[in-house]
Write a protein that binds this ligand. Structure first.
Ligand code: ADP
Ligand code: GN1
Ligand code: MG
Length: 353
């Protein structure tokens, strides 16, 4: 680690480097130097990203674009260059590393501590969407092809079922059946995208609450982080993924499913923050938002189960059934959202002018 850190232009010498945060994909460390400066060091996931130089070009372009439009330095992530002026380096084992300035005096929440926190996260993601409206989408590489292409996710799920690599299929039959019963309907958003009924924009695609920073004092939005999946996509993906995670009444890996529901008040709160901050959404886009919530939740449930069937090579896990527990909360949420579809539509209809 010291050798890796030595390649970056840090202020001072590192005095500690410890695992940090709750991300499922990259390996994240908090680095402190003898000058008191703090940094985020990350080893990028080669299981998730096949073109890491391309990904880093995306992140560089997006952070530079946002920095140029905001005077507050904490309103965007800042990459720390290497001594040979690159934004990343590679170690002898072939792993890719990068360093960000630590966003100081900030909060990164795993669950909203109040509806206002969730509202402010919605403002952050909505603004992010709005600010990237003029970003040249064609310059972005697709860091994970077909990331939110739900029919393609089903194709991979079928392959995982057939292969049953980890020998776990028999124990997850009811989860598999739940997902297969919804295969046709789950492709609706993708079909609307294919038919051009929903505009493709530059979206974040991974809008969990722990991918946004709030100011520790004011609890107002500071910046959006985890820019690895910024790609062309649908607004419904960003809205939907935030609801999936932040409007749930329990953690993503809650074992007691009786505690897992989608909170309609939080759904409304998020819509009130996100939609005006985004601005300029079409009527079709607005009415696709509840479907986005259901689709992102189902897709995540299927992705967790696919990884479980394949032997857990994609997400970080803390114990063997972790991905299965995550899958189960998502499916419980989907079932609940199916019951609340009408109410979600009613909330969103108020934003049609
Ligand atoms: P992953 O793709 O694994 O989710 P993230 O980039 O989201 O990785 O980072 C994981 C966690 O590390 C975040 O949820 C946040 O808590 C923390 N983090 C990441 N970047 C910064 C930063 N620049 N300043 C402070 N905390 C950060
Ligand atoms: C991953 O990287 P992180 O932990 O913010 C995943 C998302 C999932 C999420 C589920 C690149 O997000 O797509 O929705 O876990 N990111 C990637 O919690 O696959
Ligand atoms: Mg993250």
């Amino acid at each position: 680690m010291e050798q890796v850190l030595n390649r970056f232009c840090l202020d001072g010498s590192p005095v500690s480097c410890e695992r940090y945060g709750e991300g499922h994909i990259n390996l994240t460390f908090l680095v402190v130097t003898d000058s008191g400066r703090r940094y985020i060091l990350q080893r990028l996931s080669r299981a998730a990203f096949s073109d890491i130089p391309g990904l880093m070009r995306n992140v560089t372009a997006v952070t530079e674009f946002l920095s140029a439009r905001n005077s507050d330095p904490r309103s965007s992530l800042h990459l720390v260059p290497t001594k040979d002026e690159q934004t990343w380096c590679r170690d002898e084992a072939g792993e890719y590393w990068r360093v960000y300035d630590f966003v100081e005096d900030s909060l990164c929440l795993q669950t909203p501590e109040s509806p206002m926190d969730f509202y402010q996260s919605a403002v952050a993601f909505g603004r992010f969407q709005n600010q990237l409206r003029d970003f040249p989408a064609e310059t972005l590489c697709e860091t994970i092809p077909n990331f939110h292409n739900t029919p393609d996710r089903y194709r991979k799920f079928h392959l995982a079922i057939e292969a049953d690599t980890a020998g776990r299929l028999a124990e997850v039959r009811s989860e598999v059946d739940f997902l297969l019963a919804r295969e046709e309907e789950a492709g609706t958003l993708q079909r609307m995208r294919d038919r051009g009924e929903l505009p493709v924009r530059v979206t974040h695609n991974d809008t969990k609450l722990n991918n946004v920073m709030l100011d520790a004092q004011t609890r107002l939005p500071l910046c959006v982080i985890d820019l690895d999946t910024v790609m062309p996509g649908l607004v419904a993906y960003d809205f939907g993924d935030s609801i999936r995670f932040g409007a749930s009444t329990a953690a993503e890996d809650e074992k007691d499913l009786s505690r897992v529901e989608m909170n309609l008040d939080l759904f409304r709160t998020y819509a009130e923050g996100f939609i005006p901050a985004c601005g300029g959404l079409t009527a079709a886009e607005l009415m696709s938002l509840p479907l986005g919530a259901r689709t992102m939740t189902l897709e995540n449930g299927m992705r967790f189960l696919t990884d479980y069937l394949e032997g857990d090579h994609y997400y970080h896990i803390a114990y063997p059934e972790h991905n299965l527990d995550r899958c189960r909360t998502q499916l419980k949420l989907v079932a609940d959202m199916e019951q609340k579809q009408e109410q979600m539509d009613t909330v969103i209809r108020r934003f049609l002018t």
